[in-house]
Ligand binder design. Sequence first.
Ligand SMILES: Nc1ncnc2c1ncn2[C@@H]1O[C@H](COP(=O)(O)OP(=O)(O)OP(=O)(O)O)[C@@H](O)[C@H]1O
Length: 259
Amino acid sequence: MHMDKTLVEIDRLRLDYGSVCAVKDVSFRMKAGEILAVIGPNGSGKTSTVECVEGLRRPTSGSVQVFGVNPLKNRSQVYREMGIQLQEAEYPDKIKVKELCGLFSSFYENPADWHLLLQQLGLGEKAGRAVKKLSGGEKQRLSVLLALLPRPRLLILDELTTGLDPEIRHGLWESLRRIKEAGTGILLVSHYLDEVEALADRLLYLVNGQQEFMGTQEEFRAYVKRKTQGEGWREDMSLEKMYLLISPKTNVVTMEGIL
Ligand SMILES: Nc1ncnc2c1ncn2[C@@H]1O[C@H](COP(=O)(O)OP(=O)(O)OP(=O)(O)O)[C@@H](O)[C@H]1O
């Protein structure tokens, strides 16, 4: 296994979209066999950061290395060992689940067994169904399956379990733990902090493109306690409660003036 290997190394990443600075000064390393969760409010730069890792965006400054190379310049090499969960992929109207699995498998030299993955993800019965006709949760699971086909060393998941029922969510978490134990690094973008709490070894917390915190869940606990100076603090707080305690307050819509 590649347990001791650095998978991702980001140094002082900055990404501007014209006059908008989406990512300001982000630096971290990610190792094989760890789950790193990227958290933060809407628009805080999570997807932009991850897209730099995927080699889809050119950093304005700073450097990004994946498997020791620049993912922008070596995309095909990197993609052989990177699995990306595509959120809003459009597929031909009539393509069936099994056809899509076969097609994606043909991209890789040694793909994972998609028949087995279909069973494991509870999609065994849907092999002959048109992808367009799957439910939201089924499409979501199919996107995870496609990301696993390259037997990735690095798996990138954006909003993994949106729209999934509790049983399937928990089943997926268990699968991810096994995948991690086998040495795959998982970069997880999520607003579901119960999911992050259950899975992540380390957290990258972004606010306005700035890296506010990077460290383990234990370290995050200490960080929140320090930052709030104990105000509103409780020792048994969930990650979500801690997050709410320190997150920038946004306007709350009330029904006054609407009704
Ligand atoms: N293609 C683009 N062109 C211009 N601005 C963009 C573009 N993509 C993102 N942005 C802006 O960059 C900032 C960061 O966006 P990004 O999508 O990385 O945030 P995010 O943390 O992933 O948000 P969310 O939680 O809503 O998915 C936001 O202000 C967003 O409006």
